[in-house]
Design a protein around this ligand. Structure first.
Ligand SMILES: NC(=O)c1ccc[n+]([C@@H]2O[C@H](COP(=O)([O-])OP(=O)(O)OC[C@H]3O[C@@H](n4cnc5c(N)ncnc54)[C@H](O)[C@@H]3O)[C@@H](O)[C@H]2O)c1
Length: 249
C-alpha cells in the first residue's frame, strides 16, 4: 500500500487515463477525488472507487475559475488534506496552424494549462503541509511538434514549462512536480481505432513496444510511482510512458 490514506485529486478522472490512475491509486490505499464535467461517468467511477478504497466525484467545469477553488475546498472538507494533484484533463481540436482560431486556442488552454496552473497554486499550501506530489500531463504531439496540434501541443509544452518552474521553487518544500507523456487506450483512442483501423494499426506499428498502453496498468502504475516515496528524489522530469514512441535525447 504505497499511498495508504493519501488524498489525490485527479482532473478528468471519470474516464480514460484519469480513471485508470484513479483505480491504480485507490488500489494502493489512496482516497481519490475525481473531478469531471461528465456526471454519468463521474458517478460510475466514484462507485467503482468506493468498492476499492474511498472515492468522491466532484462535478466541475475546469474552464470555470470559481469551480477550481470549490474543488480544493470540497476535497479538504471531505478528506482533510491533499497529498497528490494529477492535472490530467485536456480537450482540443485538431486544426492546421494557419486555420487555428482564438476559440480553438481557448478550448485547449482553458481545459488544460489554466486549470493546471491555478489548481497548483490553490493546492500549494496543502501540498506543502503533506510534502506532496504534482503530476501533470504532456504529450508526444507537443514534444514532436505534430502537425494540426498548434493549440494542443503549445498548451502541453507550456505545462511542461510551468512544471519545471514549480519543481525549482517548491523543491525546498519537499513537493515534487513531474510530467507524464502517455499513449493509452482511452475511449477517444478506442473510438478512433474503430473509425480508422488502418491508421490505428500504423500507429501501433510505429510504437517500439508494438502495443497501446493500458490506462491503469501502464499509465496508472507510473502515476502511483510518481506519487509515492519511491520517486521522492525525482522532480522536474517528463516520463515518457509511450512504449518508446518518442525518445528524449
Ligand atoms: N490517450 C492518449 O494516448 C494520450 C496521448 C498523449 C497525451 N494524452 C494526455 O493524457 C491526458 C488524458 O487523456 P485521455 O485520452 O484519457 O483523455 P479523455 O479525453 O479520454 O478524458 C478526458 C476527461 O476529461 C473530462 N473533461 C473534459 N473537459 C472537462 C472540463 N471542462 N472540466 C472537467 N472535466 C473535463 C472528460 O469528461 C473526460 O472524462 C490528457 O492530458 C491528454 O492530452 C493522452
Amino acid at each position: 500500500m504505497k499511498l495508504q490514506d493519501r488524498v489525490a485529486i485527479i482532473t478528468g478522472g471519470a474516464s480514460g487515463i484519469g480513471r485508470g490512475i484513479a483505480h491504480a491509486m485507490a488500489k494502493e490505499g489512496a482516497k481519490v477525488v475525481i473531478v469531471d464535467i461528465n456526471e454519468e461517468h463521474g458517478m460510475a467511477t466514484e462507485k467503482e472507487l468506493n468498492e476499492i478504497s474511498q472515492g468522491k466525484f466532484i462535478n466541475a467545469n475546469l474552464r470555470d475559475r470559481s469551480d477550481l477553488k470549490r474543488i480544493v475546498d470540497e476535497t479538504v472538507n471531505a478528506f482533510g488534506q491533499i497529498n497528490i494533484l494529477v492535472n490530467n484533463a485536456h480537450v482540443s481540436k485538431q486544426v492546421m496552424f494557419a486555420e487555428t482560431t482564438p476559440e480553438d486556442l481557448a478550448l485547449s488552454f482553458e481545459t488544460s494549462f489554466y486549470p493546471t496552473f491555478f489548481l497548483m497554486q490553490l493546492c500549494y499550501p496543502h501540498l506543502k503541509e503533506t510534502k506532496g506530489s504534482v503530476i501533470n500531463f504532456a504529450s508526444g504531439a507537443g514534444l514532436s511538434g505534430m502537425p494540426t496540434q498548434a493549440a494542443y501541443g503549445s498548451a502541453k509544452e507550456a505545462i511542461r514549462g510551468l512544471s519545471r518552474v514549480a519543481a525549482n521553487e517548491w523543491g525546498i518544500d519537499g513537493i515534487n512536480v513531474n510530467c507524464i507523456s502517455p499513449i493509452a487506450n482511452s475511449p477517444g483512442v478506442q473510438k478512433w481505432s474503430e473509425l480508422f483501423p488502418a491508421e490505428y494499426q500504423a500507429m501501433i506499428d510505429a510504437i517500439p513496444l508494438r502495443r497501446i498502453g493500458d490506462t491503469e496498468h501502464d499509465i496508472g502504475r507510473v502515476a502511483v510511482f510518481l506519487a509515492s516515496d519511491d520517486s521522492s528524489y525525482m522532480t522536474g522530469q517528463t516520463l515518457m510512458v509511450d512504449g518508446g514512441s518518442i525518445m528524449l535525447r
